[in-house]
Write a protein that binds this ligand. Structure first.
Ligand code: FES
Length: 129
């Protein structure tokens, strides 16, 4: 089985103001999973994770793909941003390096980027570094 082009990791453990009965990441995970499920030809998978180490900015997700930069994004709303996460993942999958053109990024991704991490294949000398 071929590896998916994009993996969306979603933290399902974040709480809101320490209220452990409220897990907005789980709701976002469910909504994104449902939206991806509506796109059977989409080479994107969604995986729940316990923590992305940005607990103060729920909901948090990471987009990752072989040979691509990994993006960690926070401040996402489970009720309103599921379609944006899917759209960003599809744009991400269409890139060679994982860097989504600015104009294709949903507004919540423009504001919510926390970090990006290069792929292990990254060659700084190719960037003149
Ligand atoms: S518990 Fe969600 S990022 Fe840490």
């Amino acid at each position: 089985m071929a590896e998916p082009d994009v993996t969306i990791f979603i933290c399902v453990s974040c709480t809101v103001d320490g209220n452990k009965s409220e897990k907005p990441g789980r709701a976002l995970f469910d909504a994104v999973s449902s939206a991806i499920g509506d796109k059977p030809d989409c080479s994107t998978v969604v995986k729940p994770v316990d923590c992305l180490a940005v607990c103060k900015r729920p909901c948090t997700v990471a987009l990752s793909g072989e040979g691509k930069w990994t993006y960690v994004v926070g401040d996402l709303d489970a009720a309103t941003h599921a379609d944006d996460v899917v759209a960003a993942a599809l744009s991400y999958g269409a890139t060679l390096n994982g860097i989504i053109p600015w104009k294709e990024r949903p507004q919540c991704f423009r504001k919510g980027v926390i970090s990006r991490v290069p792929p292990t294949s990254f060659r700084p000398e190719e960037q003149g570094l």
